[in-house]
Write a protein of this length. Sequence first.
Length: 578
Amino acid sequence: MHLHKVNIILLAALLALIPLCAGTPAWSADESGSSGVARQKIIEASSEIPDDDTDQMLKRINASFKRLKRYMSRLSDAGAEDREVLQLQIYNERVAILQAMHRLADVLLELEKKAPQPELRREMESAFTRIVPQFWHHIGRLRNDIDKARAQRSEADVESLQSIEYEIAKLTKRLDVFFRLSFEHLLKMETVGMAVETPRRKLSVLLTDRSDELTGRIKLALMRIEDLEKQRKDLPDSAAISARLVATRMGLNTNVASLQATLDLMENLDLDTRAPRALLVTATHDIGSGLLDTGVAFNLAHRTTKRFTAWIIEKGPGYLIKALALLAILSAFIFASRVIRAGLDKALRASNLNLSTLARRMLISTASKLVVILGIMVILSQIGISLGPLLAGLGVVGFIVGFALQDSLSNFAAGVMILLYRPYDVGDFVDVGGVFGAVERMSLVSTSLLTIDNQVYIVPNSKIWGDVIKNVTAQKLRRVDMVFGISYRDDVEKAEAVLADILKSHGKVLDYPESKIRLHKLGESSVDFVVRPWVKVDDYWDVYWDITRAVKLRFDEENISIPFPQRDVHLYNEDKEK
């Protein structure tokens, strides 16, 4: 065990003499572990290590020291790229030695379970104590380097902004690692039993200052991004604005990640992180992570309420006046559309234009809707929405919708043809698409028919225009075609006189055109007369039913028989004939 003790003392002396990290080595968080390691994951119970394993560990440490000296000897003569590689290797070796020293501290604890190790403990505590100032030194140096890099942004051209932000991000990641390593080192000192109150307070102060600084920088970045977004709306083709926006967002992401790492360490030190956590939720839009903490949720709700109240006080009256003005404009256009609808309807009815009901309704509806659309466009222009891209977008959407609704467009085209050629109108009795009834309603897509038995049929216009259209009420006058038969024994002239008297006595039968009564056919069982009076279209069925009834009653009075089909049946008795 004496060899172990000598090697550990030598290691402590070397670590005290050689700075923890020289230069500015390139480093990333993935190479040294993630920040914000929880306390319980950092302090792990060490099992008793056999002497052979300790010897192997010390041999690896000695090998690391040799590699470290070799890298440092080559550092002064190396070029820019090689220097960066060597700095990374130097940093990795020193971190490995530091972690091995923490492991050997666990060995000390295991040895002290068997017997006191005062000399070894004294040397170990001395080495641990001397390392702490190195952390504060490098944290301060890195913060100065970051400030110098930030100062270059004010004088740099637009093309260099992203490279400067990349350099700042590298330095910020290194700074976050030094904070995390210092926290891990203090935890290891506490595990060994050393007093850490003073360095713990120092680290708490540094982390709190770091949190305040990052909070301010994140707020400033959010304001700059908002301003740059407004500038890009006014100058969408400006490459300089786009480059500054990208660089500002890079800086925001760097500060957000650093604040996350800082807050994780602060929580391990039992420091208050509610206010910066709320800002972090705002910057990252990660609401779920913030609402898990009641204090953060309360702080976020308070800030949101305060911001909303300030917005209401500052901009509320202006927006209210603008909203009332827009509402007044919309109401005025709606009122104007109703006035135009009523006036146009009266004008079309009073004019001599022979328009169908569908055409009249379409003109009135189109005019009123155009007025409302004009009002909406005026409102959109007042809001600040550009109408050009909106109309172009509506055109593309219209093309897509039209392609998807081909059948509806065919109905629409047929409706336009019906509108132009007017084969029927509302109120006409028509036979279209296999349906007979009165036209109740017409549109450019379909026609609604009301049948005689009060059923409603909605027929697509494409089926109507592509088939035969029979308009029963298209003319003002209509002829009623009826057939009446008498017996072969009855007087033909008497029957003609009776039929003529019936037509003449009916008030709805027109004198002109003249009614026709003619002997039409000599049938198998009857002598048939055609009776064809002319009536108005609305009187068709009244005349039809009245005359049919009157013919039956008068024929009975005049003893004129109405025959029905008859057959003579002859029976033959074959046996009798034989």
